[in-house]
Design a protein around this ligand. Structure first.
Ligand code: FPP
Length: 249
């Protein structure tokens, strides 16, 4: 018998070292739908439920930041019907969940090339940002129309503009100068990066920020990812020996 979510949570609490920031590449919606002979958007809709459960599980475990890869730059190349379904789901998620997220103390941040969003999706993003801005318990980063390399290009342009204006000197550029020009400025780097569906790739997600993250590949398809699956990942993280290039203590 596998451990229940409450057993796993109790174990996590005894250990104590909860990752401050968990990043997740939510993968496997399409395969989950195909296994059920359903169209791909059916898998994405079920994936939305897994998002809700994961947010609640993070709140219960005391995780401070959760970053979700909801839509990559490359995803714009999917069939128009799937792109529209994903955008409609995003709007629906915000319409349905904004009040609850606010009540739970979640502060939602949305990152990526939002200039490509439809006016309806862009206004949903603005709404959830505004309505949850006071949340103190969990920072929820939603990455939409996002690519890690594009984020680095954006940061390089911001740096170049500061160099040109004289606000910054080349010799003053260090890791912190770059980190402060990423979407995640002010947010700690992920301690744990989870990818579902068994794939072992970063897929251009948070390339700078995951430098020292522990990687956890779950074979579970995203729509089946639940509290117990998240807590198993955290228990696994608690068994890791994080050395950051140094030797064990
Ligand atoms: C990857 O599965 C998943 C996505 C491209 C979209 C993720 C979106 C959601 C979980 C739903 C909405 C999210 C929010 C935050 C409201 P895939 O389609 O690549 O699956 P496959 O690899 O099995 O084809």
């Amino acid at each position: 018998m596998t451990d229940s979510a409450s057993d796993l949570l109790a174990r996590i609490r005894v250990h104590g070292a909860v990752p401050r920031h968990i990043a997740i590449i939510m993968d496997g919606n399409g395969r989950w739908a195909r296994e059920r002979h359903m169209p791909r958007p059916f898998g994405h809709r079920s994936g939305m439920k897994a998002v809700r459960e994961t947010v609640e599980a993070c709140l219960e475990a005391g995780v401070e930041w959760l970053s979700l890869f909801a839509f990559s730059q490359e995803n714009w190349q999917r069939p128009e019907t799937e792109v529209s379904a994903l955008m409609a789901l995003l709007e629906e998620y915000i319409a349905r969940e904004a009040a609850e997220l606010r009540a739970q103390g979640v502060c939602v941040h949305v990152h990526g090339d939002l200039s490509r969003l439809s006016p309806a999706a862009a206004s949903a993003v603005e709404r959830v940002r505004r309505e949850t801005s006071g949340g103190q318990r969990l920072g929820l980063n939603l990455f939409i129309s996002y690519g890690g390399r594009a984020e680095l290009v954006r940061a390089a342009r911001l740096l170049a503009a500061d160099l040109e204006s004289g606000a910054l000197r080349a010799e003053d550029i260090d890791e912190q100068t770059i980190a402060s020009r990423l979407y995640t400025a002010g947010c700690p780097d992920p301690d744990l990066l989870i990818r579902t569906s068994g794939e072992q790739r970063l897929s251009n997600f948070l390339l700078w920020q995951v430098a020292y993250a522990e990687l956890y590949i779950s074979s579970v398809l995203w729509p089946d990812f639940d509290r117990a699956a998240l807590y198993e990942a955290i228990c696994d993280f608690q068994r890791r020996d994080r050395r950051f290039g140094r030797v064990s203590t």
